[in-house]
Design a protein around this ligand. Structure first.
Ligand code: DGT
Ligand code: MG
Length: 242
């Protein structure tokens, strides 16, 4: 249902302990439920920190972050995990099998659900090619699978978990443009129209987003659709040209 998964940042400022300048400065924005919000900006701009704040890996020094009206600071770990899930920029795998790694977010998932998630995450072919398929062993850190495969397994894992809000931290940059497009085309159905936040490097990944936030040195310096930002944001124009 479209009323689930609304995130609001109000005047959020965060700096790492001991650092002089904050890495997120007075950020205020709304992520509308059921919509896709993209975050773009240069390396070190604060994109990952923004996502980590939603997951409460750290708490802001100022301001509030709410999910469906509830401050994240008041949610239990379980409530937060239920509401929001992340494909981290550097995905990790646990010692076990491909299946146990995919079921990490929801142990009750059926094999059919695992294959469906793999299909959407563009990971079906390489898992099928493994001798044991879903039961193929995976070592800690996932050294037996390539970086790109690890990323696809991590995306599939989040699809299996079915949170209200999906966070993708640079999850598509390593894919070729065609695979990236196929994956994103399959996402809305797979997430059942859940709120989606995509941190991206490539503009083609985010042109269709409902809202794009342009972040520079911890500040939101532009917001709007691709066309709106092309007309209004120098920083965005620069990113498009680069
Ligand atoms: P990326 O992934 O290279 O495109 O860059 P972003 O936009 O994800 O950057 P982010 O959010 O990882 O880092 C923002 C700033 O915060 C940057 O100056 C590095 C700093 N920073 C990130 N993580 C830590 C940390 O754990 N400790 C400290 N002291 N600083 C950190
Ligand atoms: Mg990052």
């Amino acid at each position: 249902t479209p009323e689930r998964g609304r995130i609001e940042f109000s005047g959020v400022t965060f700096g790492f302990p001991g650092a002089e300048t904050p890495v997120v400065k007075d950020a205020s924005f709304v992520v509308e439920p059921g919509k896709t919000t993209a975050i773009i900006g240069s390396t070190g701009a604060g994109k990952t920190v923004l996502l980590n704040l939603m997951l409460r890996l750290y708490d802001p020094q100022q301001g509030t972050i709410t999910i469906d009206g509830a401050p994240v600071s008041q949610l239990t770990r379980e409530q937060l995990a239920d509401a929001i899930g992340l494909v981290p920029q550097r995905p990790y795998l646990f010692a076990g099998t491909i299946a146990s790694n995919l079921r990490f977010g929801r142990s009750g998932a059926t094999e059919e659900e695992l294959w469906e998630a793999l299909r959407v995450a563009q990971g079906e072919d390489f898992v099928k090619a493994k001798e044991l398929g879903l039961d193929e062993p995976v070592s800690q850190g996932g050294t037996s699978v390539s970086g790109g495969q690890r990323q696809r397994l991590s995306i599939a894992r989040l699809l299996v978990a079915r949170p209200k809000v999906y966070l993708f931290d640079d999850s598509f940059s390593a894919l070729d443009v065609a695979t990236d497009a196929r994956l994103r085309a399959a996402l809305p159905e797979a997430t059942q129209g859940a709120t989606t936040i995509i941190v991206a490097q490539r503009v083609s990944t985010i042109t269709e987003a409902d809202q794009i936030l342009v972040i520079e040195a911890g500040e939101i310096v532009g917001r709007g659709t691709h066309d709106e930002l092309l007309a209004s944001s120098d920083v965005y124009q620069e990113i498009v040209r680069s």
